[in-house]
Design a protein around this ligand. Structure first.
Ligand code: PRP
Ligand code: URA
Length: 209
């Protein structure tokens, strides 16, 4: 079974609390999303492989460690996952970025696919699927299905806020995927929104409501 990491770092907790507040503006929300993605990405990339290289400092030649290859892919689930991309890219500027477009049908809450474009060498990459919300888990599970169908193997899921129902569903659908979350909330309401949550992440990020 994949592991579930819940971040308890005070900076992450503080920034997520600011994102939850309904008075937080679109500009502030977007900036905070980038900052939290960077803080979470720092820890989620802990296992990236290193290799020993020889370099020359102003003093002498030495052996040191650097990232092995440029083999990371960041895959945001559209729309709201886009809010995580800049923060992750600031850590791993050479990562390739794929996109999976999904929206939840408002009646059935089932994910509907409208776009999928991934790096052609996705099967060789360490993949970070990013989306602020894990509610029913339908969107994350479907996105990871698409990625696996196209050859993706080494997949980690990162989100801001998760409901227990979403964590369970994603673990059941993809037991090989590790899940990184900034906060685990109480439950889903009758519209499948996370309680207390932060509302509709896409709308908060893009000001569409
Ligand atoms: C939100 C969110 C996730 C999904 C989570 O996207 O960004 O993708 O809901 O819900 P689930 O776990 O129940 O599937 P939404 O469908 O609102 O689309 P949007 O990003 O285009 O607004
Ligand atoms: N999607 C969101 O944007 N927010 C939720 O609370 C649930 C799904």
């Amino acid at each position: 079974m994949g592991k579930v990491y819940v971040f308890d770092h005070p900076l992450i907790q503080h920034k997520v609390s600011l994102m939850r507040m309904k008075t937080t503006t679109v500009k502030e929300f977007r900036e905070l999303a980038t900052e939290v993605a960077m803080l979470m990405g720092f820890e989620a990339t802990r296992d990236l492989p290193l290799e020993e290289v020889e370099i020359e400092t102003p003093i002498c030649k030495t052996k040191t460690k650097m990232l092995k290859g440029e083999d990371v892919a960041i895959v945001p689930i559209l729309r709201a996952g886009l809010g995580f991309v800049d923060g992750m890219l600031s850590l791993i500027p050479n990562a390739k970025v794929g996109h999976v477009g999904l929206y939840r049908d408002p009646e059935t809450h089932q994910p509907v696919e409208y776009y999928c474009k991934l790096p052609t060498d996705i099967e060789h990459r360490k993949i970070f699927v990013v989306d602020p919300m894990l509610a029913t888990g339908g969107s994350a599970s479907a996105a990871i299905d698409f990625i696996k169908k196209r050859g993706g193997k080494d997949i980690t899921f990162m989100c801001l806020i998760a409901a227990p129902e979403g964590i369970e569903a994603l673990q059941k659908a993809h037991p090989d995927v590790d899940i990184y979350i900034a906060a685990k909330d109480d439950h889903l309401n009758e519209d499948a929104y996370i309680v207390p949550g932060l509302g509709d992440a896409g709308d908060r990020l893009y000001g569409t409501k």
